[in-house]
Write a protein that binds this ligand. Structure first.
Ligand code: PRP
Length: 209
């Protein structure tokens, strides 16, 4: 029997695109297309097993070895720094981490800047690098609201099309880092399944090129 590679896929639109790439690379699992509420699917012949997990949890499954590999956004990897290998940039799920503010906002550098974000570590490191004093306001969603209600001066958040910012009277100011989907691997499991995983990465790379 083939060694199974356990793959944590991020539930949602990005995960569907990742699965389509896996399928094109020869790791299909037809039962996944049967729309039900199951969370695990396997194709023994291809030696692959998929799990649907919450996108922000993928790195946890992989770091602890419950999944051999997984697909996570670079934003999550930068924020949580899981102890995993980063194997491949899939070139999808592209967006950027940016600072945004109300249109016309002028930063008074004499004052502590209030920054609302879900990505506290990324924000802290970014402003530390610029020697700017900040006060982090950690939120879990709807970050765009914070400057509108005077809760913060700026936000640090993901910008894809910029539509959410625009519709809320905000504008992007500085790009912190470009983001895309990455394949990550558990370090210990990679020792045993490295050959199979590398073969998988080669097939995915060929698709990207
Ligand atoms: C992200 C981000 C913005 C939006 C940006 O949210 O937080 O709200 O996408 O996209 P745009 O530039 O194309 O408008 P996401 O939909 O990932 O969900 P979240 O609110 O859980 O972060």
């Amino acid at each position: 029997m083939k060694t199974m590679i356990n793959v944590a896929l991020p539930k949602g639109r990005l995960g569907e695109r990742v699965y389509a790439m896996m399928e094109a690379a020869g790791y299909e699992c037809p039962s996944i297309r049967e729309n039900n509420r199951k969370l695990t699917f396997e194709n023994e012949e291809k030696g692959v097993r998929y799990f649907w997990v919450k996108p922000s949890d993928v790195a946890i499954y992989v770091e602890r070895g419950a999944a051999d590999i997984g697909i996570a956004g670079k934003d999550i990897l930068l924020e949580y720094r899981p102890d995993v290998y980063e194997l491949l940039d899939l070139g999808i799920g592209k967006c950027r981490m940016a600072v945004a503010a109300r249109q016309g906002f002028v930063d008074d550098t004499e004052r502590t800047l209030r920054v609302a974000t879900k990505f506290s570590r990324i924000a802290r490191e970014y402003y530390a690098g610029r020697c700017r004093d900040i006060d982090i306001i950690h939120l879990n969603g709807s970050i765009e609201l914070a400057p509108l209600l005077g809760l913060s001066d700026v936000i640090v958040d993901i910008v894809e099309t910029g539509k959410t910012l625009y519709e809320n009277g905000l504008e992007p100011r500085e790009t912190i880092v470009p983001i895309s989907a990455r394949v990550i691997a558990n370090k210990a499991n990679f020792k045993f399944k490295g050959d199979r995983i590398e073969e998988m990465m080669d097939k995915l790379s060929a698709l990207i090129r």
